[in-house]
Design a protein. Structure first.
Length: 353
């Protein structure tokens, strides 16, 4: 830290992203990326002209992409905000709507707390129930920014839309942000509620189900008023927030919807197989509606399993928070990658336990 850093940032604990090692080729099951490439049409759309056009700024209104998303999801362009990864909408939402404080689960996406700290927002962390599920009654009538990942991360578990609606209905004077980063892998979206409630913001990403994590593209659905607030923040920080190539490839991605539906179905199939195999090895596997599994073995500590797998060229995610330190979060890869993972785990359990 230099002596120039503003006082309010000195104690800030930054978010720690999952490892992106460059030292060797790992089977990378640690940051919930897709194991599949973007649709062939998306790759084919990229060309020399698009690179040459980089001399021009990108469209700050993201009009073309908004129109395509609006058509796909049956909403209006004025209901959509587009961002540089969904982390950016989350950032803007905390900045814009966190004035009365924020509330979210103790075990959830770690960035929420960082944004809260960044903006000096008092954050209340509500413990998940013993079985790691969210009790929606903890969020009724809170009159603060409510932030719920649904499905939640890293647990993978979800709550029904009827419970989300109760939360939104009983917090009419504050924003309820539902982070649907993983909804395409078997979750239930609450998008249909945005026409009824002006305080609901639904956040999505192209990083997981749209195989575009490196493109950095996220979006949100909400009432026109909420979207206008987010636009105001965007135009006050970084009007050209999404680069030209990503906007272009994002549009091609929306056009290739069928490919992505198919890949999401494949991942859910691989997830079911992997969960059954891990269970057979004695793991407790939480019920996942995402592209990852959260699992613990009574035989081996989560940290040890993480390290053993890493030396064998397989990366999974381990969190040191004591409540979940027994667990590992395992991204669903291709069937071959999952077979390699299970083989490695079997060997580790035989050799080290
Ligand atoms: N929300 C959740 C719950 C996540 O797990 C992630 C991925 N780390 C994000 C949002 C952010 O994803 P991105 O910025 O790549 O859209």
């Amino acid at each position: 830290m230099s002596r120039f850093l503003g006082e309010r940032y000195q104690a800030l604990e930054a978010y720690t992203p999952g490892e992106q090692p460059r030292d060797m080729r790992y089977i990378k099951l640690n940051t919930n990326e897709s194991p599949y490439p973007p649709a062939p049409e998306v790759t084919a759309a990229m060309n020399r002209e698009q690179v040459e056009l980089l001399r021009l700024y990108s469209d700050p209104t993201a009009g073309g992409l908004k129109r395509k998303l609006a058509e796909l999801y049956g909403v209006k362009s004025e209901n959509i905000f587009v961002s540089n990864g969904s982390d950016e909408v989350l950032n803007f939402a905390f900045m814009a709507f966190g004035g009365k404080g924020a509330v979210f689960p103790d075990i959830t996406y770690g960035f929420y707390e960082v944004f809260g700290d960044l903006y000096g927002i008092s954050c209340e962390k509500v413990p998940l129930k013993e079985d790691f599920s969210v009790d929606y009654r903890d969020y009724l009538g809170r009159d603060k920014l409510v932030v719920l990942a649904n499905p939640n991360a890293p647990t993978g578990m979800s709550i029904p839309v009827s419970q989300i609606e109760e939360i939104v209905r009983t917090n009419p004077d504050s924003v309820v942000l539902i982070d649907e980063a993983y909804v395409d892998f078997g979750g239930e979206t609450c998008l249909s509620l945005i026409g009824t409630y002006d305080n609901l913001l639904v956040v999505r990403t192209f990083s997981k189900s749209r195989c575009l994590a490196g493109g950095r593209l996220g979006y949100a659905f909400g009432s026109p008023e909420l979207i206008a607030d987010l636009e105001k923040i965007k135009y006050s920080t970084n009007p050209y927030n999404i680069n030209r190539l990503t906007l272009f490839l994002g549009e091609a991605t929306v056009d290739a919807e069928a490919y992505y539906q198919e890949k999401c179905a494949e991942i859910q199939k691989t997830r079911a197989w992997t969960a059954a195999q891990l269970t057979a090895l004695g793991f407790e596997v939480l019920p996942s509606r995402t592209n990852f599994l959260f699992a613990r073995s009574p035989k081996i500590d989560g940290g040890q399993l993480y390290r053993e797998l890493k030396t064998r060229g397989i990366l999974v995610r381990h969190f040191t928070n004591p409540r979940i330190a027994q667990f590992n979060r395992i991204t669903i890869g291709t069937p071959d990658q999952m077979e390699a993972l299970l083989e490695a785990i079997t060997r580790i359990l035989n050799e080290t336990v």
